[in-house]
Write a protein that binds this ligand. Sequence first.
Ligand SMILES: NC(=O)c1ccc[n+]([C@@H]2O[C@H](COP(=O)([O-])OP(=O)(O)OC[C@H]3O[C@@H](n4cnc5c(N)ncnc54)[C@H](O)[C@@H]3O)[C@@H](O)[C@H]2O)c1
Length: 418
Amino acid sequence: MHVNDDGTTTLGVGLISVGWMGQLHTRAYTNLRFAYPDLGVRPRLVHAADPAEARAREAVEVLGYDRASADYREVLDDPEVDVVSICAPNFLHAEIGIAAARAGKHFWIEKPVGRGADETRAVSDAVDAAGVVTSIGFNYRHAPAVEYLRDLIASGKLGRITNVRGHMFADYSSDPRGALSWRFVRELAGSGVLGDLMGHLVDLVQYTLGPVAEVSAVTSTVYTERPELPMGTGTHFALVEDGEMKPVENEDYAALLVRFRDDAVAAGAVGTLEASRVAVGPRASYGIEIYGTNGSAHWDFERLNELHLSGGLGEADQGYRRVMARHGMGDFARFQPGAGTSMGYDDLKVIEARKFLLAVVGREEHNSNLRDALSANEVVSAAERSAEQRMWERVPAVTGTTSAGAASSARSAESSAG
Ligand SMILES: NC(=O)c1ccc[n+]([C@@H]2O[C@H](COP(=O)([O-])OP(=O)(O)OC[C@H]3O[C@@H](n4cnc5c(N)ncnc54)[C@H](O)[C@@H]3O)[C@@H](O)[C@H]2O)c1
């Protein structure tokens, strides 16, 4: 960390894994200065690591890192690296997250962190012991329409929240020739769509409505084998012709019934959450519909810049109206001059980079953290147990999250426990 003569702070950035997310984190650091010229914090791309030689080379030649290594430990050992983006496949998250914490590096890690709640708890413990700042790749919470929705719910304008319906329907593996990437192998990924997409949905719901108390789940695997894709080549969107068929070891689809905790903003509410990686039709339809006694709202990532609202129109004229993201909603004004001009997925990561780096220098309160990842993971792990045992499962409470309504109760839970 270097404080410059003009009072700004330069933070040296390390990147672990140069796949889709590694490249996106890098674009976010690079674009930060255009959206937030007044941020007072400047990332400098120092050191990237990826064992795939072509990707390590790309990190220097295309992305602009000063140097690259095959081994992530060299990034963590680099004294010029202050903050690290951990964008490795899931099986490496716990090992690298714990090593980063022990090396005293603040880190921005991709979801789902652990392959299960136990691994995520181990990372969270290491983070607490080291006192480093963390941020999680829960990008959907930064959409301006979602930030606005969170405020609407908290203000009570939708009335008492009665129920939520959420879905994350992707088609990235809807073709049976869709590659068997690391995402389909239990040892490498943990759960399937539960960890990959349901974790995002759980975070979105917990961020806007509050913590989930219990779940009942069902899962299914639609395609039981797929052609293999070697690690470090292509993406999980790739189609493989004539590849060697290997078994799919985790679920393609999951559905959860949920009840919210008493300290949630949506206390007393219930809901249904579904995720699929084999949907035909929706491409990346990631949405939440929230119903309250005074009105309802829905948002879908495929229409990132729109929020649909009902209520307040009088009995005869009920129905949804479309509201475009605009100045005053989240960070919209940093990206576009006026409503109707769209923000995109990459912009959400720029906002995430802002929150992470400000948290590192002690200036951001609503940054997601390891406790949010653990909380989402506890829901996912409870869902896995529920699906296996065909029973409702309680979700262990996690303190210190940024879930809506949970912060004050988290503090009181800690003080009564102490
Ligand atoms: N937030 C989001 O919207 C979002 C979207 C996609 C992926 N993700 C998450 O990001 C993470 C990475 O996913 P991806 O799609 O970028 O994967 P990817 O397959 O595109 O890239 C993974 C990279 O990790 C590298 N790698 C393999 N072994 C390594 C090692 N030992 N050390 C360092 N690097 C190693 C590979 O060579 C590859 O370049 C996953 O945890 C995934 O769940 C999040």
